[in-house]
Design a protein around this ligand. Structure first.
Ligand code: HEC
Ligand code: HEC
Length: 408
């Protein structure tokens, strides 16, 4: 016990020196476990060694993709092996820990929760969808591409924060060495759980937007933002899926109900996954279907689960409602981002215009034509100014807002 606190103190001194040397002391105090998770999130644990979680989930762009040139086109980020691409746009890694464990809600008759666009990181294994999720990218050949769990743990055990890893691991498993290959399964899950602990911290789930300050009575909305909020909760029906009101005990709204829907979003024809019929891993093409590939969303995941496979057809093309906290956050006002599971839309104005006019203007066909929601969107009858107001409201959802103190 004494030794453990001794190492903690040593580590802490090192950390303080490090932070001071960067001159970027953060205002948020992280626990040791959160600090470990943060180190893991930002470390280049990949093969080859250049890619971290933050490569695709950068805080500055709202915990999603930070590269403008990718966002305006295919929207899918390349893997550590740069010829390889996955199939979807990175969603925000913030607020993901607050998703419930994936389940079928008998009352609503809907699937709820999980992580990933299709919910397949259910949380059934480690007790939190984000922890189940975090086990994936390190080993995924189109992402960080490490050859094995052992390779990941070896790198962590050589890292500058290895002491922290060992001491935190031993808090859970006294006397066991996470760097011993006998314990690799436990150590790997511990890495995932630690990342999820960081993702659950106040540094990631900040609840520090202008809208949060507004709910706390610290700041007013502009006339346009207020009009946007009214439309968001009223005529435009956005809050039916992206709830905007605090919970019964004042819980801040998450702007997602963690349900699934097919909005009839068109294909993103620039998605690099379509060309993955020519890139092979162990002799098989990454995407055997090439241009003919269609993203099955939730239905595709359900197909793989005997307990739910009978419900896969009615869920084809549905994707998880993403939080829209931080949707506007980027490097400056005009930084381009990509929206929807395939990143086909490039601005919030385009997103709102799609909701408003899908069924009355000429939009490309839906990627999946089954199960398209025709009740809550498609012909909202919003004016151009009303669309702009909703966009203005969504811009109040970026974390890092500072309430200006009034001059005396
Ligand atoms: C190459 C880019 C890339 C890297 C590297 C990457 N991700 Fe992701 N991330 C994605 C994509 C794409 C998805 C969506 C995949 C899907 O739905 O099938 C995703 C989904 C997620 C989600 C789910 C969010 C939600 O609300 O469902 C979380 C959380 C997340 N990533 C965290 C991480 C962590 C932690 C790491 C590092 C261990 C990581 N990501 C590495 C691209 C990346
Ligand atoms: C019926 C449920 C539903 C309603 C109503 C709804 N949304 Fe969504 N929203 C979703 C789903 C599901 C997605 C993801 C769809 C996909 O990727 O195919 C989404 C995606 C988004 C995104 C993209 C976020 C990202 O990270 O890519 C934005 C922005 C958004 N919605 C804003 C709105 C606004 C504004 C309204 C009202 C005009 C609205 N939504 C109404 C379900 C809904």
């Amino acid at each position: 016990m004494i030794m453990k606190s001794f190492f903690r103190v040593l580590f802490f001194i090192g950390l303080v020196v490090f932070v001071l040397s960067l001159g970027t002391a953060s205002a948020i105090d992280l626990t040791y476990r959160e600090m470990l998770g943060k180190n893991l999130f930002f470390d280049n644990i990949s093969d080859p060694d250049w890619m971290s979680c933050a490569t695709c989930h950068a805080p500055e762009s709202g915990w999603t993709g930070p590269i403008a040139g990718i966002n305006v086109h295919g929207a899918v980020y390349r893997g550590a092996v740069p010829t390889r691409f996955g199939n979807r746009k990175p969603p925000s890694a913030a607020y993901a820990t607050l998703s419930p464990i994936f389940h079928f809600d008998e009352d609503e008759g809907l699937f709820i929760g999980g992580n990933f666009w299709d919910g397949r990181a259910t949380g059934e294994d480690l007790g939190n969808p984000a922890a189940d999720q975090a086990r994936g990218p390190f080993l995924n050949p189109v992402e960080q591409n490490n050859p094995s769990k052992q390779a990941v743990i070896d790198q962590v055990c050589r890292a500058k924060y290895a002491g922290l890893f060992v001491s935190e691991f031993q808090m859970e498993y006294p006397g066991l060495d996470p760097c011993d290959s006998d314990n690799v399964e436990m150590a790997y899950d511990f890495v995932a759980l630690s990342i999820a602990t960081y993702e659950d911290s106040r540094e990631v789930n900040q609840f520090s937007s202008k809208y949060d300050a507004y709910l706390a009575g610290e700041v007013g909305l502009t006339e346009m933002e207020a009009m946007g909020l009214e439309l968001f909760e009223g005529k435009a029906m956005c809050s039916a899926c992206h709830p905007s009101e605090p919970g019964p005990n004042g819980e801040p709204p998450l702007f997602t109900d963690f349900s699934y829907d097919n909005l009839g979003v068109p294909k993103n024809t620039e998605n690099p996954f379509y060309k993955m019929d020519k890139v092979f891993i162990d002799g098989s093409p990454i995407n055997p279907e090439g241009m003919a590939w269609i993203d099955p969303g939730l239905g595709g995941f359900l197909e793989t689960r005997p307990d739910w496979a009978n419900m896969s057809e009615e869920n084809m093309g549905k994707h998880k409602v993403p939080t829209i906290r931080n949707v506007a956050k980027g490097f400056g006002e005009s930084f381009p981002k990509a929206y929807m599971h395939n990143g086909v839309f490039k601005s919030l104005k385009e997103v709102v215009h799609f909701y408003n006019t899908r069924d009355v203007e000429d939009w490309p066909a839906p990627e999946v034509s089954q199960n398209v929601n025709i009740d809550e969107l498609g012909d909202l009858g919003l004016t151009d100014a009303e669309e702009d107001a909703i966009v203005a409201f969504m811009k109040t959802l970026s974390d890092g807002f500072k309430v200006k103190k009034k001059n005396k």
